[in-house]
Write a protein that binds this ligand. Sequence first.
Ligand SMILES: [Ca+2]
Ligand SMILES: [Ca+2]
Length: 486
Amino acid sequence: MLKLLKYSSVAIAVTMAGSTFASNIVVPKLIDQPVSIYDFPGTHFDGNQVRSAEEGGLKTNIPFQIQHLERRNQIVNAMNTSTFSAGATVSQNNTSPTLQERSGCPELGLDSAVYASFSQPNDITCFSTQITESTKIEGLLVNIPQGVDYNLYLFKLEDDNSLTPLDTSVSTTAVTEQVVYKADPGAYVMVAQSISGTSADQSIMAWFSHPNFDAQEANDKPGQATTLPSNGNIVGNIDSQNDQDFFVYSAGASQSKLSFNFAASDQFSLEIWNGSGWTKVPNNQRLNIDVTPSTNTVFLVKGDQANLPPTSAQYSFAVSDPLSGASVGSIRTYNNENLTNLLAPSLLEAHQEIGMSGTVIDGSGQPVPFGLVYLNVYNREPIGVLANEAIQADENGKFNQLVALPDCVGANDHTRQNRVTRGTPTRPELTWDINWNSGVYEYKAPNSERGIVVEFAHICKEKITRSCYWDRDFSSGEDKYICNRF
Ligand SMILES: [Ca+2]
Ligand SMILES: [Ca+2]
């Protein structure tokens, strides 16, 4: 998934002589601040529940015992080449360096927490772990004292022992910093760093494993927002108490409408960023809103904190440009009126209604959820409109509509016989007088150059004029041909 935030950072080496954990951790110095929600323009949605941007902070309860890291004065720093070379005896013993030796940070598994205190700016606390299965890592630094600035970083420890920044949390005033990353198996390092100010109060540094994440993760921060498809349907879940799912929809250069439906239980909520707050959107309702071409609309999915959905519960979020249909596929036209179908076997007959179904397709061949489609029916001679309907497809781009037709007086009269020979009393030979008009029905998408046009017979009247059958006279033993005329 495309992420809005591109790291633009330079790495600088910070040497922490005399700090709690003496090591040469490479901490990135960010040039760009992380994307804030305030960087996004708002989208108007006519709703009466609006939440301010500040409400709804991170949940910071730590559900496991908080450990005191053993203080060490010397940690082998594998990132320092000379130190690594000096420790060559380790390799000669055929033992690979430990994670702590490679990273300079003690090993501490996910779902652990430690007390972290910093005696002076630039002090760091860090730990490392090796994970064997993909999971979403959430790191927290909580209880940051007033008047100090601490930052939190998450890194991948590469095979060459370099550190690749994955997520950073560098607010100057927050009492909690959070990093989030969807991690593949590998080695990871989390670092808390004191930037300015000192305090005797201890903070807590924790990291969590959330293995039941959805395919759109990690998108817990505005800068990690998942880009929604122009036309599509995605599913997700809430994997933990701090899981937030940010989404961005980018309207096309000529797009003025946005349609969407958030199908979910009331344990989930969907909100739209309005420029200064979050407007709640009703669940399970198809909505069409106006958007400004070439702008972004930001959505946020959250769980109800008082009643969090289980990770097995999913929401389904369908979005589209409803006017982007370029063609109509998989069409099926039908009639259920029990008509004779005697004019021509392949010619659809319809009297009061015609069933029209299909899928609205965009220019890339994708179905258009809630895509608009025009269903037109015309009389041919004289040319005239029998029905014009504009309808929206369902969340999968499919539609199925019975189009009503008016009464008619037909220009054509035909006499036809049903396909029965040597009729019986229960299955007689029938002669029908069929009065009808020649018509066409049309499927057209908003961006179709031309619609799909097919002929049909608009039946005005069908009347049985004669019914005949052979009847056995058991007294004479003869068959008699009996006809009734109407
Ligand atoms: Ca999620
Ligand atoms: Ca998320």
